[in-house]
Design a protein around this ligand. Structure first.
Ligand SMILES: CC1=C(CCC(=O)O)c2cc3nc(cc4[nH]c(cc5[nH]c(cc1n2)c(C)c5CCC(=O)O)c(CCC(=O)O)c4C)C(CCC(=O)O)=C3C
Ligand SMILES: [Fe+2]
Length: 377
């Protein structure tokens, strides 16, 4: 990674917006939060009750907001330390601080061109376009208040950026070290991400990346690329070639609709049945510790492994790692330079290369088309 010790310029941008999912911060928040998340999404009631219980198990507090506050601090510290004078704001789509309120604040503070960092590294409707739809909704709400709204662009997907991948590779090494020594060399790597409907996976990414055979489009291809880079880095660091697989977690939706499989718990069962002595779960689909990590991996899958007698360890998420904060700065400077008509270096590991800056028409389409900001439409 290049070290920008000199002050870069973010012009033409005058603010960065950290845009995230949001999560409850106490028991009274859980039900209204779930109502916000699932409005119009057709999630079965039983599933909602179940997910509510996951939150109540942790006092109704999701780890996601604390993680975003830490990331916000890490970004401000990194920018200040590198002479990058760019204010950073934070807003969520499903819980306070709400996106519309933060965009209103940005507008009142006089910002005219805003760059958005979404806390989702990959292409998919849920991880990309839905955030763009939320931006469009919030901008429309502010326009309805009679405001002149800022122009909003979104940073490219960073799944293969070294500042995102390297902390995860190190986290796998730390997790391996936590396994009993006699099973460490035989441990398999289980890379996990959020399951999504196969229909959504197949249409993820640019139209050229769409697949019709359940291969999972850009969503699966990008995760496989990241997983491969991490597995290679771990092999180089340990001298041991460990088998790995991309598996899924946190499935919701009706049972008759196909979602990406196998589930992490079924995978652990299969590993155990085939005599594998241990596994490391690597949540590459999550930028930080969300409830999906705390419950679905650290609680449910870990209990499953204990029941099987399979030693497992869970690799840390990237969270507020300073290397990730530095990567965001590089991505900001890169995009700003591109907007100024330059052709900056675009860092990317793996085989897919750097993702597009602007989602083209037809990228990660919604089931029913709605306005989306920060794209080519
Ligand atoms: C791809 C993806 C990401 C990663 C990208 C990104 O990070 O954005 C993600 C993140 C998150 N998902 C989260 C929470 C929930 N997601 C749900 C439902 C769904 N997620 C989906 C996909 C994704 N979700 C999908 C296809 C559904 C079905 C309904 C629909 O089609 O919209 C539900 C409803 C209950 C349930 O069914 O589980 C909840 C409560 C939280 C907050 C966790 C916390 O509080 O720490 C976070 C970060
Ligand atoms: Fe989700």
């Amino acid at each position: 990674m290049s070290d920008h010790t000199e002050a870069g310029t973010a012009a033409p941008y005058d603010a960065l917006l950290l845009l995230s999912f949001g999560g409850p911060e106490g028991p009274d928040d859980v039900v209204p939060f779930l109502e916000n998340v699932t409005r119009g999404r057709g999630i079965p009631r039983e599933r909602l009750k179940e997910v509510g219980q996951h939150y109540f198990l942790f006092g109704g507090v999701s780890p996601i907001n604390a993680q975003n506050r830490e990331l916000l601090e890490a970004l401000r510290k990194d920018f200040a330390g590198h002479g990058l004078d760019l204010p950073v704001y934070w807003g969520n789509r499903n819980w306070a601080p709400y996106l519309t309120d933060i965009l209103r604040e940005l507008t009142e503070d006089g910002h005219r061109r805003v760059l958005v960092l979404a806390t989702s590294a990959y292409a998919s409707y849920s991880g990309c376009r839905q955030y763009r739809e939320n931006l469009a909704d919030s901008l429309a709400a502010l326009e309805a208040e009679g405001r002149t709204v800022p122009r909003v662009d979104k940073l490219r997907h960073y799944f293969n950026h070294p500042g995102f991948v390297r902390p995860m590779a190190d986290a796998v090494l730390t997790a391996l070290a936590a396994l009993p020594e006699d099973v460490r060399d035989g441990a398999h790597l289980a890379f996990t991400t959020h399951s999504i409907p196969t229909a959504a996976a197949d249409t993820s990414g640019r139209p050229e990346a769409h697949t019709e055979d359940g291969a999972g489009g850009a969503y699966v291809a990008e995760h496989l690329d990241t997983a491969r880079v991490i597995a290679d880095a771990v092999r180089e660091a340990t001298g041991t070639d460990r088998p790995w697989k991309l598996v899924y977690q946190s499935r919701s939706g009706a049972p008759h609709i196909p979602w990406l499989e196998p589930d992490i718990c079924d995978h652990l069962e299969e590993l155990h049945a085939s005599g594998v002595p241990a596994a490391v779960m690597v949540p590459i689909g999550f930028v930080s510790d969300h409830m999906e990590v705390k419950y679905d991996l650290d609680t449910e899958a870990t209990a499953k492994a204990a029941e099987l007698g399979l030693p497992v360890a869970r690799a840390a998420t990237v969270g507020a790692d300073p290397r990730f904060a530095a990567a965001v700065r590089e991505l900001v400077l890169e995009r700003a330079a591109t907007e100024r008509g330059l052709a900056p270096e675009r860092c990317a590991l793996g085989a897919l290369g750097p993702s597009h800056d602007v989602c083209p028409v037809g990228c990660c389409p919604a089931r029913s088309p709605r306005p989306a900001a920060a794209g080519a439409e």
